[in-house]
Design a protein around this ligand. Structure first.
Ligand code: HEC
Length: 98
């Protein structure tokens, strides 16, 4: 293999390895609070049937008030061993889907 090709391959690999994840971060930072809320809601909508249907029927958002959901999620978070981001997303979904 010629030196030039080797150098080209090393340079290409280095370029891939060093490509920063910055564009994604910048994109997230550009979202308005309303858009972030919307994204949280969508994530919650996807996670709710997965987590909350495991031990009992998943209770719909309209069944409890937002204040009640705050309490319930605090409790179910420990029952279901939910990561905090997932619990937040499910909480946002349940409070908003009424
Ligand atoms: C590991 C099992 C488990 C998972 C997963 C789970 N729960 Fe529960 N849940 C329970 C148990 C057990 C009870 C009843 C006893 C208690 O309150 O601890 C309960 C009770 C409830 C109640 C009260 C029901 C009533 O009739 O008053 C609500 C509401 C609820 N869960 C919501 C949720 C939501 C929302 C999720 C998803 C984030 C979830 N649960 C995930 C085990 C679970």
């Amino acid at each position: 293999m010629s030196r030039l090709i080797k150098f080209g391959m090393v340079a290409a690999l280095a370029a891939i390895a060093l490509t920063p994840l910055a564009p994604r971060k910048a994109w997230a930072a550009e979202m308005t609070p309303a858009q972030q809320k919307r994204q949280l809601f969508r994530r919650g909508a996807q996670l709710w049937p997965v987590y909350c249907n495991t031990c009992h029927n998943a209770r719909p958002g309209a069944e409890f008030s937002p204040a009640e959901w705050n309490m319930i999620i605090m409790h179910m978070r420990t029952q279901a061993n939910l990561p905090p981001q997932d619990a937040n997303a499910i909480l946002e979904y349940l409070k908003a889907s009424r």
